[in-house]
Design a protein around this ligand. Structure first.
Ligand SMILES: [Ca+2]
Ligand SMILES: [Ca+2]
Length: 118
């Protein structure tokens, strides 16, 4: 197992937030982990907000890609995701999305695969 610190930034555009169930899967050089739900006691994924989660998951080795999305539940579930960072043992992987995950925007997808930038 490894401890992952996951930071998720929601965009600051109208209706960017979501109350849908958000999930993430990590893909690394050794293994994959998830999908796991990202949630805590706070109201997560609000417009313009940054959420932090700490999860103990299978150690995936060097993190390379993630898949993040939601189940399209709740009121106005469309979500504008800016970016995600994932830190393990001091190594931070950055993932940029800057797109809607919404059935009524762009390509209509509610899940996206993102490749590590650095
Ligand atoms: Ca929304
Ligand atoms: Ca919550």
């Amino acid at each position: 197992m490894a401890r992952y610190e996951i930071t998720v930034e929601t965009g600051n555009v109208d209706d960017a937030g979501t109350d849908a169930n958000v999930h993430i899967t990590l893909y690394g050089s050794l293994a994959s982990a998830g999908p796991v739900k990202l949630d805590d006691s706070r109201d997560n994924f609000e417009q313009g907000a940054t959420d932090h989660f700490t999860l103990d998951l299978t150690d995936v080795g060097r993190l390379e890609t993630i898949v993040i999305g939601h189940d399209n539940s709740g009121n106005k579930p469309g979500w504008f995701l800016n970016r995600v960072s994932v830190t393990k043992d001091g190594d931070t992987a950055e993932f940029a999305a800057y797109r809607w995950l919404a059935t009524d925007e762009n390509d209509g997808r509610t899940e996206v695969r993102l490749t590590r930038q650095r």
